[in-house]
Design a protein. Structure first.
Length: 406
């Protein structure tokens, strides 16, 4: 079964998505997600370099193709390279599953559990709003929730917006073609506020669910250690992205000061971003999604090593990872032993006009789908009706104007 054609589909049904389509000589079509929010054209360009390398290759040789694109290239790693390799890898797993008539999780060893616990985002302009939102999600059946609220005294806060740009997900939706929004950050206001937010949620709703919070790379290691210690009484499932992720050694300092579990890695793309963190047992959860982590092939290998160190998965699942990437996350999550949780933020309504079938959440858990391959269907004619829409994520400044981590 040879690859005979490849095409990059960049479309924007509410969000920009980069989808690779590969076709084999017997007509099997596979899809892979390579979306990197705000840098979509870079992935598209990288994939244009890869497509000629794929034509004529045996589509069933997934591992060999992965090594050919990673080890065979002089330039390794990095978000654009690894998202592009991931898109190819997902498309090949999709093709193999479809050719054999089995879902990808069967190719990976079958399901290791009865359901995939997911968590949604519970946000609000006030703590009361967050508590109400969290109560509603728990009522829907969610077993885990992430809580974020507007920090009093700050005009904007990461993950929280006065007007949900997308009604369905509450996701941030920047203006088309505009330069990045600039938000203002004040660490002292944030650190004073978050323990109160978390305490209120536990006081009002109890301890019968998993509770998560994201600091979005904004803290220093010693600030993160302090915050983790304040949150210990509330038995967090995790504190996410406490410090800028690329400084692995910083986690040694955080770990010395708190027993609150730590999650990091949504901006990572390789085992080598985790080597210190995992082998020194400095984190508890891997956040890298399939889309940004070199594909199912690399992330499965990474999770295999992580399992030996007691580190579990919590793959990134925002609405700027396409339904193809979300499906790939889910197949890997079904199959690995060390699953923790799957983030599932949800999608704007238009997404389903292009991605006409993809994994769904019911009663707070991902519904097992035995559709062959990744189980995602795409209406390519519809995709053409939603052309690429240039947008940027915001940037972040301290109150004195100094640029800070987003
Ligand atoms: Mg995060």
């Amino acid at each position: 079964m040879r690859i005979v054609a490849g095409e990059v589909i960049v479309s924007s049904p509410g969000r920009n998505f980069v989808t690779l389509k590969l076709v084999t000589d017997d007509g099997v079509v596979g899809y892979g997600d390579g979306t990197v929010n705000g840098r979509e054209r870079a992935v598209e360009g990288y994939l244009q370099h890869l497509i000629p390398l794929l034509i004529g290759r045996d589509a069933t040789r997934i591992e060999d193709t992965w090594q050919y694109l990673y080890r065979g290239a002089y330039w390794r790693r990095g978000p654009i390279t690894m998202a592009s390799i991931s898109a190819v890898d997902q498309a090949l797993w999709d093709i193999s599953g479809k050719a054999l008539g089995v879902p990808v999780h069967r190719l990976l060893g079958g399901t290791s559990r009865d359901y995939l616990m997911t968590y949604p985002h519970c946000t609000g302009m006030t703590v009361d709003e967050v508590v109400d939102e969290a109560a509603a999600k728990l009522e829907e059946g969610y077993k885990a929730i992430r809580v974020q609220a507007a920090v009093p005294g700050l005009a904007t806060t990461y993950g929280v917006h006065a007007h949900a740009d997308d009604e369905e997900t509450g996701a941030y939706e920047p203006a088309s073609g505009a330069l990045p929004d600039e938000e203002i950050w004040d660490t002292k206001l944030y650190l004073d506020f978050v323990p109160k937010l978390v305490k209120r949620v536990r006081d009002e709703l109890g301890y019968g669910f998993e509770l998560l919070h994201d600091s979005h790379h904004r803290l220093t290691p010693i600030e993160a250690g302090w915050l983790g210690k304040q949150l210990e009484p509330y038995r967090m499932f995790w504190l996410e992205d406490a410090t800028p992720a690329e400084d692995q050694a910083a986690f040694r300092l955080i770990r010395q000061h708190t027993t609150t579990p730590l999650a990091v890695g949504e901006v990572f793309n390789s085992w080598f971003d985790y080597q210190t963190l995992i082998t020194e047992r400095l984190i508890d959860f891997v956040r890298t999604p399939v889309t940004h982590g070199g594909g199912i092939t690399h992330l499965r290998q990474l999770m295999g090593v992580a399992d030996f160190y007691g580190v579990r998965s919590g793959f990134h699942g925002p609405s700027d990872i396409s339904p193809v990437g979300m499906a790939a996350n889910c197949h890997l999550s079904w199959s690995i032993h060390n699953f923790g949780v799957q983030e599932y933020m949800g999608y704007p309504e238009q997404v389903s006009k292009v991605f006409t079938r993809f994994p769904v959440v019911e009663n707070g858990v991902v519904v097992l789908d035995d559709t062959p391959g990744l189980g995602v269907e795409i209406d390519e004619d519809a995709a053409k009706r939603f052309p690429f829409d240039p947008k940027y994520l915001p940037v972040n400044r301290k109150t004195d104007g100094t640029l800070h981590d987003w």
